[in-house]
Ligand binder design. Structure first.
Ligand code: TXA
Ligand code: MG
Length: 324
C-alpha cells in the first residue's frame, strides 16, 4: 500500500515489515538493519542473491560513525561535506553490522540520504532504538531502479501487499541515479560505483587523487553486466546520420538533439543532471509503450555524465549489439 503517513511507516518497520522509502537518488526497499528476518525478506522480495551486501541508511553523520570501526580522516571530511547527500562510504565495519548486511565482508556501506521525509523517519526510528535501515534499490533484481512510488508498486507491489509491507511516497527522486560508492579503507579514495558526486568533487574535498573503476575490488551488485536493464534493447548511438533506426523505437537524448524521423521521444532533458533524473523513468516509459529498442545519445562524460554512461552501458545488454 502506498502511504504518506510517517507513523504508519515507523510502525511497519518497528514490527519487522518492509517499507519502501524515498531518497534523493532512487527509492530504497527498507528494513531494520538489525532485524534478521526482515532483512532476509528484502532478498526474497527483490529476488536478489544472498551474498550481495546492502547499504545502511542513517539520519546523520554521528549515527553513521556507529557503524564503522574506524574511518580515515579524509573519509570523515568527505562525509561531513557531502551528507546528507548521494554518497555511500564503505569502511571497516563495527560490531553493529552483521554478515547478513555486509555479505560476509569485513566492510560496511553507509549513507545519509538527502530527503526530508526519510531523514525525519530515520531520526524518529533512532529514538525507538532502530539504528539504521538497510535499503537496496526497490526494484526487482536486475531491473531499472525506481524513481517514483509508482515504479516501486509496479515492480514489487504484489509481494509487498501480500506481506503487509508499505511504500512511503515522497515524490519523484531528484537525482534519479544511485549514490556514488567510495571505498574508504586507506589513503586512497576508490570509487566503486560512479554517481552524482564525481571524482573531481571528491578530489577537491579531500585533496587526494581518486582511483576509479577498480578491478577485483569488493563486490558491487551494479557491477554485474546487464544490470539496470529495461525490457527493450538499449543501443548507445553517437552518430545520428546514416543510421538505419528501427521505426517506432524509443529515443533518449539531450533536448539540443532532434528526434530522428520515425522514433518516439522518451525524454528530452536540457542538462546532464536532468538526463540523470529522467533516465530510469524514460526506460520504464519505453517498456510501458512496448518499444523493442531504445536508441540513446549520451551527454558528455563530465560530472554526472560518467555515472549516466555507466548505467546506460549496463542497460545495454552484452548481447545487444552496439552501434557506433
Ligand atoms: O542511491 C543508492 O545508493 C540507493 C538508495 C536506495 O540509497 N541504494 C542502492 O542500493 O543503490 P543497492 O543495494 O541497489 O546497491 C548497493 C550497492 C551494491 O552495489 C552493493 O554491492 C554495494 O552497494 N555495497 C554494499 N556494501 C558494500 C561493501 N561492504 N563493499 C562494497 N560494496 C558494497
Ligand atoms: Mg540496485
Amino acid at each position: 500500500m502506498v502511504i504518506t503517513d510517517l507513523d504508519l511507516a515507523i510502525r511497519a518497520i518497528a514490527t519487522g515489515h518492509l517499507c519502501a522509502i524515498p531518497t534523493e537518488t532512487v527509492y530504497g526497499l527498507a528494513a531494520d538493519a538489525r532485524n534478521t528476518d526482515a532483512v532476509a525478506r528484502i532478498f526474497v522480495a527483490k529476488n536478489r542473491p544472498q551474498d550481495h551486501p546492502l547499504i545502511v541508511h542513517v539520519g546523520n553523520y554521528e549515527s553513521a560513525l556507529d557503524w564503522f570501526a574506524n574511518l580515515p580522516d579524509w573519509g570523515q571530511q568527505l562525509a561531513e561535506a557531502c551528507w546528507p547527500g548521494p554518497l555511500t562510504l564503505v569502511g571497516q565495519r563495527s560490531q553493529l553490522a552483521t554478515d547478513q548486511v555486509t555479505g560476509g565482508q569485513n566492510t560496511v556501506a553507509v549513507r545519509v540520504p538527502n530527503h526530508a521525509v526519510t531523514l525525519q523517519l530515520l531520526d524518529l526510528l533512532k529514538t525507538k532504538g532502530i539504528l539504521g535501515l538497510v535499503a537496496p534499490s526497490a526494484n526487482r533484481f536486475g531491473h531499472v531502479s525506481p524513481t517514483t512510488a509508482n515504479h516501486v508498486e509496479t515492480d514489487l507491489g504484489n509481494y509487498l501487499k501480500l506481506h503487509g509491507d508499505l511504500i512511503l511516497d515522497g515524490g519523484a527522486c531528484e537525482i534519479g541515479i544511485e549514490s556514488t560508492i567510495v571505498l574508504a579503507l586507506d589513503d586512497t579514495p576508490v570509487i566503486l560505483r560512479p554517481g552524482a558526486i564525481s571524482a573531481d568533487v571528491i578530489e577537491a574535498i579531500t585533496g587526494l587523487a581518486v582511483q576509479q573503476n577498480p578491478s577485483g575490488g569488493p563486490r558491487v551488485s551494479g557491477a554485474l553486466a546487464s544490470h539496470y536493464a529495461p525490457r527493450a534493447k538499449v543501443y548507445v548511438v553517437s552518430n545520428l546520420t546514416d543510421q538505419n533506426f528501427a521505426q517506432g523505437s524509443g529515443f533518449i537524448a539531450l533536448s539540443s538533439i532532434q528526434t530522428p524521423v520515425g522514433l518516439l521521444r522518451l525524454a528530452e532533458p536540457d542538462t546532464s543532471e536532468a538526463f540523470a533524473s529522467q533516465l530510469y523513468q524514460a526506460f520504464r516509459h519505453g517498456d510501458v509503450l512496448g518499444v523493442s529498442n531504445v536508441y540513446l545519445v549520451l551527454p558528455g562524460e563530465s560530472g554526472i555524465g560518467l555515472a549516466i554512461a555507466d548505467r546506460v552501458h549496463k542497460a545495454a545488454h552484452p548481447d545487444k549489439e552496439r552501434l557506433s
